[in-house]
Write a protein of this length. Structure first.
Length: 150
């Protein structure tokens, strides 16, 4: 964290808004908010991680691939537009004959509810030319790490 603060301060970072792209890990979110509360830092749930969570939980929770794909597409659309309440209601309406493990759907519903404050309208951000993911930074991390192994 010290390195991040030093970098931001050295590069006139106080003049800018700070937006951290995070996954659903609550400890990381809490750490960032606590450490950077003095600058009113904001969090945004990384689109890649939200999409991955939806996909993973639905594959654990549902039986049939054709139904699962339809549900996945619909739920991803709600998520893309930041419609958390509609997404959780949609999860509740999944037909019982499609459900293999209800607890996996409950986990997904809880994920949406816990993160609703940091799930934006990704479509609007996309149209405005704003980023929805930290994938560039993560790729650079991968490259630096791989380079350090050589």
């Amino acid at each position: 964290m010290g390195i991040i603060v030093a970098f931001l301060l050295n590069n006139k970072g106080l003049e800018k808004n700070w937006l951290f792209y995070v996954d659903g890990q609550r400890s990381l979110q809490d750490c960032l908010i606590n450490r950077f509360a003095w600058h009113n830092a904001k969090l945004l749930l990384d689109w890649y991680h939200l999409q991955k969570k939806i996909h993973t939980q639905l594959f654990k929770a549902l039986y049939k691939s054709d139904q699962r794909d339809k549900i996945l597409n619909a739920l991803s659309l709600y998520a893309w537009y930041g419609l958390v309440e509609q997404a959780t209601k949609f999860i509740d309406r999944i037909e019982i004959e499609n459900i293999k493990k209800q607890e996996e759907l409950d986990i997904l519903k809880g994920y949406f509810q816990r993160n609703q404050d940091i799930i934006p309208n990704y479509e609007m951000r996309h149209r405005l030319g704003l980023r929805n993911s930290s994938n560039r930074g993560e790729k650079q991390n991968d490259l630096l790490f791989a380079q350090s192994l050589v």
